[in-house]
Design a protein around this ligand. Structure first.
Ligand code: NAD
Length: 480
């Protein structure tokens, strides 16, 4: 293994690549009972390389088996904590296999693989430390997206487990293999099967797992549209008051005023808009630049974008990998082409052949209010503003109804205060890149259409996985 506080050596990375370049994995339901899955399907590789393996989606019978056999994890608190900590160590040790699966199943680049494993392990250790003897909610369904298929999956599942629940975990249909590995590790570490069952599959499986009266809570991360479906499904089938913890999409903005350090702003924008091929929920989608610096800043930004390399995410020389699948690619390309037809493309790059690549693009918009949906790819929209329009820009950003991340680059102290008091966003980034969070010290989560709260990786998260009488949204909590 390697110390996750440091990056793995190139030799360790090359060794892992050689070991797992042609390996295949399979994911099938992992149940505390008999398994009767649907027919095997091939898992796609967004880079265009060989498939990383196959998946057998859970059937209706599998969902019934999982619900029938789910049992809260009633081990003593010390055992639960030690088990989760052991699982964290075991995950770190399997870094080579994890990177290979993330690269071949999700198209993740090496820096993203390292960051994702670190976040997953941080979640395990943090929630292990937060666990208390408070009674669990009961059965918790956890539904995760493909864009952080290890970190978010582990975050939800271990929060629910740390609180002592029985977990029914459904990973995104695009990324079942990394979820299977995580569940395998948790079981090997000592989590009983009845407390953690894996149900791969798509929306149908998700709907079955959120539309049953035996469910005592749902943790969901994904699009706002799916969260609204789940809420309606739960209202129809679950007991009144069954909690839904939803972390959803955003239309994230950044304001750069004429006092900002241009190089710092450009670096921050490029990282936030284009790294991970723009497939981070925190990514900046709409940049507001003050008019008097707009021409210079956009020229610098275009130059920086044109220097990006696209290609095989396993290479350190690659800056932008593929988007997750062809449906995603088509939707993003259509959006760029519609802008081109209106003469709004400032600059864009040609995507390489093979795989589901999208060339990064910078598009002009008049206002964020023209953006009707989150474009989940490497596309940055740019608008300009005059000094006296700052409050109107803040109003327009708030009027989208989303409230996930927001960035500000300025060197006026009062302005930092003014803007951050008025912007409605869960995470605000000042004079730095607009990316992610740090488990423990920077909890992450949105407001409005971007999520229900509480923030993941923060002190208020775990209590929401406890029995309703014991939930305390303020974050103060009786210790064991
Ligand atoms: P998605 O909503 O399409 O899918 C998410 C999960 O929901 C998948 O596991 C999917 O199978 C499942 N699902 C689909 N239909 C369902 C249904 N009817 N009932 C139950 N489950 C169902 O989202 P995605 O494309 O996988 O992920 C990208 C989205 O996630 C973006 O909008 C992004 O902003 C958001 N996201 C938010 C955060 C956050 O912390 N706020 C983090 C990561 C991603």
């Amino acid at each position: 293994g390697f110390d996750l506080a440091h990056s793995p050596t190139l030799a360790a990375i090359e060794e892992a690549r050689a070991l797992f370049a042609d390996a295949t994995w399979t994911a099938a339901p992992v149940l505390a009972g008999d398994v009767n899955p649907e027919a095997e399907e091939t898992v796609s590789n967004p880079t265009g390389g060989t498939s990383p393996g196959t998946v057998q989606p859970a059937s209706e019978a599998d969902v019934a088996t999982a619900l029938d056999n789910a049992a809260a994890w009633d081990a003593p608190l010390d055992t639960r904590r030690a088990t989760l900590l052991r699982a964290a160590d075991m995950l770190e040790e399997r870094y080579g296999e994890i990177f290979a699966i993330l690269a071949r199943e999700a198209g993740k680049g090496l820096p993203d693989c390292v960051a994702e494993l670190r976040e997953a392990v941080d979640f395990l250790r943090y929630y292990a430390g937060q666990a208390t003897n408070t009674p669990p909610a009961g059965i918790f369904t956890c539904i995760s997206p493909w864009n952080f298929p290890l970190a978010i999956f582990c975050g939800q599942v271990t929060a629910a487990l740390a609180a002592g629940n029985a977990v029914l975990a459904k990973p995104a249909e695009q990324t079942p293999l990394i979820a299977k590995l995580a569940v395998e590790v948790l079981h090997e570490a000592g989590v009983p099967r009845s407390a953690l069952q894996l149900l791969p599959g798509g929306g149908k499986v998700g709907a079955a797992l959120t539309g049953d009266a035996r469910i005592n809570g749902v943790a969901f991360t994904g699009s706002t549209a799916t969260a609204l479906h789940i809420r309606a499904n739960m209202a129809e089938h679950c007991a009144p008051g069954t909690p839904l913890i939803a972390e959803t999409g955003g239309l994230n903005a950044m304001i750069v005023d004429s006092t900002a350090l241009p190089e710092q702003a450009v670096q921050a924008i490029v990282e936030s808009a284009f790294q991970s091929a723009g497939q981070r929920c925190s990514a900046v989608r709409c940049l507001y630049v003050q008019e008097d610096i707009a021409e210079d800043l956009i020229r610098m930004l275009t130059g920086a974008m044109q220097a990006l390399n696209m290609g095989d995410p396993w290479h350190l020389s690659t800056d932008v990998g593929p988007v997750i699948d062809d449906t995603a690619r088509k939707g993003i390309v259509e959006h760029i082409e519609a802008a081109r037809a209106e003469g709004r493309v400032i600059a864009d790059l040609k995507a390489p052949e093979g795989g589901t690549f999208v060339g990064p693009a910078i598009l002009r918009v008049g206002s964020i209010s023209e953006m009707k949906r989150e474009i989940f790819g490497p596309v940055l929209h740019v608008a300009t503003f005059k000094s006296h329009e700052l409050d109107a820009v803040i109003d327009a950003i708030n009027a989208t109804g989303y409230g996930l991340t927001f960035g500000l680059h300025t060197r006026i102290d009062d302005r930092v205060q003014h803007v951050s008091e008025r912007i409605e966003a869960g995470n605000i980034y000042v004079n730095r890149n607009q990316i992610g969070a740090i488990v423990g010290s920077q909890p992450f989560g949105g407001e409005g259409l971007s999520g229900t709260g509480p923030k993941a990786g923060g002190p208020n998260y775990l209590p929401r996985f406890s029995a309703p009488d014991h939930q305390d949204a303020s974050g103060t909590w009786e210790s064991a």
